[in-house]
Design a protein around this ligand. Structure first.
Ligand code: ATP
Length: 199
């Protein structure tokens, strides 16, 4: 499921439509400080559903839109698109080529698209589920993350290993099921109370 292309338009420092093609093997992106290298990995996380503006170094999600420079006026929208080669069906979608896009407008409206069809965020999550990549997976190690892992408390570090081993997803599912069970138990108690009142 290689990522073959990334296109950014109006995202952070990328005002112009910019296409990056990833070939076979390793791709290195080099550039001076402040030239936008981290913005590229943030764009990938953003299109995969990152919902925390803070983790994208902003205070509001609209901060990802190109804010203008000495030579250019600000943009009104940002868009990022990823193209995956899905011949091996590693992504949960029945097509050889899968595009995932996210757009945001200055008025705050935003949308996700999979193969040009508007979808919900949960569809994007479902697409990447079990693929080993997601906006917060270890497939993307951002600057400072290595230090953070080394300096983290053992229980936090354990969560990192659990995610790598694929256990975290089951823990989350177990937690969701436990919450549902508690809610159902509450409902049953309430129904029993009502039945007792009616008898
Ligand atoms: P370093 O090597 O220092 O880590 P980098 O190449 O990773 O740098 P980034 O941190 O990706 O660079 O880019 C930072 C640049 O992006 C800054 O110049 C900043 O002004 C610019 N930038 C961030 N958000 C926006 C925005 N919304 N509009 C315009 N420019 C932006």
């Amino acid at each position: 499921m290689p990522l073959t292309e990334l296109t950014l338009t109006g995202f952070k420092s990328f005002a112009e439509k910019t296409k990056i093609k990833f070939g076979d093997g390793i791709t290195g992106i080099v550039g001076p400080n402040g030239s936008g290298k981290s913005n590229i990995t943030e764009a990938i996380r953003w299109v995969m559903g990152e919902s925390s503006a803070k983790s994208l170094r902003g205070s509001n999600m609209k901060d990802v839109i190109f804010a203008g420079s000495q030579y250019r006026t600000p943009m009104n929208h940002a868009e990022v698109e990823l193209v995956f080669d899905n011949k091996n069906r590693a992504l949960n979608f029945d097509a050889d080529r899968v595009t995932v896009a996210r757009r945001i407008l200055r008025n705050g409206d935003s949308e996700y698209l999979i193969n040009n069809q508007t979808v919900r965020l949960k569809d994007v999550h479902a697409l990447f589920m079990d693929s080993g990549i997601s906006q917060d997976s270890l497939a993307i190690i951002s600057q400072g993350k290595v230090d953070e892992i080394l300096n983290s408390r053992p229980e936090n570090r354990r969560a990192i290993f659990e995610e790598a081993a694929g256990v975290l997803r089951f823990k989350e599912q177990k937690q969701a099921a436990t919450n549902q069970l508690a809610k159902t138990t509450d409902n049953l108690i309430r129904i029993n109370d009502l039945v007792n009142e009616l008898e």
